[in-house]
Design a protein around this ligand. Sequence first.
Ligand code: PEP
Ligand code: MG
Length: 756
Amino acid sequence: MRDTAGGPRVLLRRLRELMADALDPQKRLDKIVREIAQNMVAEVCSLYVLRADSMLELYATEGLNPDAVHLAQLRLGQGLVGTIAASARPLNLSDAQKHPAFAYLPETGEEIYHSFLGVPVLRAGRTLGVLVVQNRTMRHYREDEVEALETVAMVIAEMIATGDLARLTRPGIELDLSRPVSMTGLPFNEGVGLGHVVLHEPRIVVTALFNEDSDEELVRLETALDSLRLSIDDMLSRRDVAFEGEHRAVLEAYRMFANDRGWVRRLQEAINNGLTAEAAVEKVQSDMRARMMHMTDPYLRERMSDFDDLANRLLRQLMGRGPDALAEILPKDAIIVARSMGAAELLDYPRQKLRGLVLEEGAPTSHIVIVARAIGLPTVGQVKGAVSMSENGDAIIVDGEDGQVHLRPQADVEEAYAEKVRFRARRQKLYQELRDRPTETRDSVPVDLMMNAGLAVDLPQLAQSGAAGIGLFRTELQFMVAAAFPRVEAQERLYSEVLDAADGKPVTFRTIDIGGDKVLPYFKGAQHEENPALGWRAIRLTLDRPGLLRTQIRALLKAAGGRELRMMLPMVTEVSEVRQAREIIDREVRHLSRFGYLLPTRLKLGAMIEVPALLWQLEELMQAVDFVSVGSNDLFQFVTATDRGNTRIADRFDPLSVPFLRILRQIVRAGDQYGTPVTLCGELAGRPISAMALLGIGFRSISMAPAAIGPVKAMLCELPLSDLSVVMDEALANHSASTDIRALLRDFAQKHNIAL
Ligand code: PEP
Ligand code: MG
């Protein structure tokens, strides 16, 4: 095997000299590829640059036909070069022509070369091009050579990003960054935000790439890592409300990553190869992002944004820019635009200046989205291209209701949205006025409007919304934002905090509902399942792992010492599961009382009705529990066999239909028959029109997102319930199962002047 001539340090030094020379960009590139070829003892070195039309154009070559420069081109995904660009991963082949993706470009004359090493040119996780070396002989490039070529690719990425190569690009293919653009994503949190773009990933541009002295840089890295770890410890030790609850869990995850040996070792290697500490952080992060970008595993993707967040913090440490500086330059109506971001990073922004959030990635269950929802930020996710289309300071509108983002909107669009915001503000005021009125229908039927919650940041909403209590506390959210299973003390702390905030109002804690789409990154027992929604989840999982359930029950019992405790079991399929859970609870109660703990004054156990099998066990179920709560999100998905997360079929079947409402009414009637309270806590409770249907078929308690309480209460106060009940009974009783219930409800509302 041959040796490289001088290694990466020498090469980087040569590149630095070339960058400093006053050369025209093409000449500079030509020299760079020659220098790389010589240094790596390769016969060929070529650079392909990715254009905005997704073509990879040959920009410079040493060894291939020079006439092919700016003529030879490949589509993204085509040939070896296209494959590298599309996958953002290197290819190291001793016989390139045997590779199934090999595509021969006759204009380049590359048929005589066998070995091939190509690496993506990456910046902030985006592929900007591909850098290739080739040799005639069949050889396999060593790991350190791959590493060296990746480091050089980073320097080239900088040249592309700073516009040095722009003069070589033919006109008409760049993105036009001044036109209005409307983009569609997925609505992650409702509300409308008008404001100005703040590109998250502050794109701290690392300009000092090459180090003078590796040892000095290693010391700088170590110092910055130390202060990073200290600042995390410091935040963790503060007794500030903002740092409690889930923020704390996220920080604990960061502390773990900041001590990750693999990460630190890769940073040190990059410095030893000649980069500055900043450039090393950028390089390691870029490689990692590119490698993980194509992974669909939610655990790995979530870890990626945590590492991204951490890398940004480290960069800020190295460059002496703290989060305070960030807050100062923020406009007062900031709309954060990010590819993805860590939950703690969002909490770093001053909340009063935030108007919305736009993410290129994200899922309804990712940490960032959970936190955005908890602080009431209009959020749209999965907006492809949002970051590259936006510039800091651009006007932008986020419509979290229909998943629209309008960038640099025209005056009429802006005016229409401004009106929408004013309208919402007026409604908000109306809801506040309603807050202290009794929650009863026009014909004086009292109804309990409860709120759903799951994080400490949700708690202030209890007073603000005027909810009668917490009808569903999703305890799994604490588990989902943590880096490891929350210890019994942490669980107890959260539950006491919730009960304190509720101040005597009822709170129903649902035992952890994990599995399905709610993935716990650190839970090793979970395996890939073909149909996770129908798999090992919720009560099934916790009965198989009673240690988990026991710990949670213990935390709940202790937190509720001296007060009432309401617990609810998710995804019950057979009544026997309730009995098994009750046995575990009883055992814990006996255990705690033996050790003299203060026990809850009353203990109520309920079951969620989410699995259709329970519909044929209602009699037995109603006698086995103290209350039931319909999880309409899951019940509807299982009754209609429609995946609740699949947007393609999201509107195909209507829960406000005769069959589904008949099922719900059957549950209410069974509850009445056995004197077992029935409530409903799925999304259905939170829309005025569906809440109206629920009241019409007999529900007297429903639980919803806090923001929905105002609109539902406004509807309810105008509702002549006994009239509606007659209409609903009539509609569900006879004839056709295809009666348009939605139209019927709208007519009723219009006739009685009810705003829906
Ligand atoms: C439901 O299924 O309706 C429910 C409330 O539970 P989750 O949405 O948490 O699955
Ligand atoms: Mg459910």
